[in-house]
Design a binder for this molecule. Sequence first.
Ligand SMILES: C[S@@+](CC[C@H](N)C(=O)[O-])C[C@H]1O[C@@H](n2cnc3c(N)ncnc32)[C@H](O)[C@@H]1O
Length: 217
Amino acid sequence: MNGDFSFDTVQQFDDHIDLSIPTYSNLREAILRLSTSFVKTDSTVYDLGCSTGLLLSLLANQVPGSVRLVGIDVSINLLQQSSDLRIERHRMDLASERFRLTPTDLVFSIFTLQFLPVIARQSVVDKVYEALEPGGAFIVAEKTFIDDGLIQDLFTFGYYDMKLKNFTAEEVLDKQLALRRIMRPQTEPENLKLFTRFARIFPFWQYLHFKAWLCIK
Ligand SMILES: C[S@@+](CC[C@H](N)C(=O)[O-])C[C@H]1O[C@@H](n2cnc3c(N)ncnc32)[C@H](O)[C@@H]1O
């Protein structure tokens, strides 16, 4: 990683995120295992903030070819890092009025809401809820803020220790400075408030302050 971190310039993003988010491969595996219970032969599946489309590519290997897989991301750099023809890729800002979904059984948002303006998040989740068929699922992961200063500090420095295994101290600091301008994590209660319309909300993965929930309509 050289210079300022940006989704518009980062290369080998899939390797980068694997090294940046603790036990990310376990999270991806859990998402894929859960997904099979929601996908039908004629389903549409969305990945909001799909980056290179890796998650949808892995899902494509375990669902019928008739399933429509749609990835949405604002970064042309990341969308171009995928050449998987099984995935429809759309460049779009999720916070824009133009963002709409067709009826769907499964929607992913994996470490994406945290990059949207806080004020835009409820509308995005509401659009997901309204597009989901009854019984459909929204699988969300977010970096959270812990509502306890001591624990937040412990988790942050535990996270830095883990990152220093893969990145130099300068790279870790540079990325923190860049993320400060574009990432706004919220506390767990603030995130859960976004999902209140769902009939079932259950956490299924956590590492330090990184957390994922399964929300079923
Ligand atoms: C931390 S990455 C996660 C990527 C992917 N979900 C994953 O888990 O590998 C966040 C993604 O959200 C995308 N993103 C950020 N803001 C966005 C916006 N306003 N609209 C659409 N995508 C956005 C970024 O381009 C990036 O691909």
